[in-house]
Design a protein around this ligand. Structure first.
Ligand SMILES: C[S@@+](CC[C@H](N)C(=O)[O-])C[C@H]1O[C@@H](n2cnc3c(N)ncnc32)[C@H](O)[C@@H]1O
Length: 193
């Protein structure tokens, strides 16, 4: 991961967050009001752990956060967080629900190992978004939400349409903390049908 020591990087360090990515989630959450005390949250692609830290604070002790990543998470986390080390393509929805019940919201900041070939990277990212959507349809309560990082590319319109089938409203979110040169963009589906 490219690590430019910009404002957000220094801020994350100062505030004790594992990564600068936390400010993307914080910004979307502030704008859209996604997280609140008592919610159950599934976070796909959690390492090194800043979204888990933020979500755990927001949902509080009555809430619950389950994180999944291929990589181990070294960040110390509060007791309302459970971490599963694994591949989202191999984990069945039941395993996720065993850890957290049915969820109110699924977050995905998953990113593929990039090749530098934009079309190949966008295709890999699209598979991760499609899997996040498939899992969300299995584990999210009716009325719930999915926020997933996507790449702007040929697959985005189809992904957006698939979100539209599953959710009442779909918006594209590009937080300021996401570098302007980055092709990443977040798809937000709300009101699971
Ligand atoms: C940008 S990082 C997530 C950063 C995290 N949101 C944070 O704030 O600390 C993307 C993560 O997606 C994970 N990932 C990619 N493919 C995955 C898969 N198939 N299953 C689970 N995790 C995956 C990577 O291991 C990586 O840790």
């Amino acid at each position: 991961m490219k690590q430019v020591r910009d404002h957000y990087f220094r801020e994350a360090k100062r505030e004790g967050y594992a990564a600068r990515s936390v400010y993307k989630l914080e910004e979307i959450d502030r704008r859209r009001g996604l997280l609140r005390p008592g919610l159950r949250v599934l976070d796909l692609g959690s390492a090194p752990g800043s979204w888990l830290q933020y979500a755990a604070e927001r949902v509080g002790r009555q809430g619950r956060v389950v994180g999944v990543d291929l990589q181990p998470i070294r960040q110390a986390l509060p007791p309302n967080v459970t971490v599963i080390e694994g591949d989202v393509f191999e984990l069945p929805p039941e395993r996720l629900m065993d850890a957290g019940g049915r969820f109110h919201i699924v977050l995905s900041d998953m990113a593929p190992n990039t090749t530098g070939i934009p079309s190949a990277d966008a295709a890999r990212s699209a598979r991760l978004v499609a899997r996040a959507l498939e899992l969300a349809q299995a584990v999210v309560e009716p009325g719930g939400a999915l926020l997933a990082k996507a790449f702007q590319g040929a697959e985005l319109p189809a992904l957006r349409a698939a979100f539209g089938q599953a959710f009442e409203t779909v918006t594209l979110e590009k937080p300021k903390a996401s570098r302007s040169e980055s092709v990443e963009i977040f798809l937000l589906g709300r009101g699971r049908r």
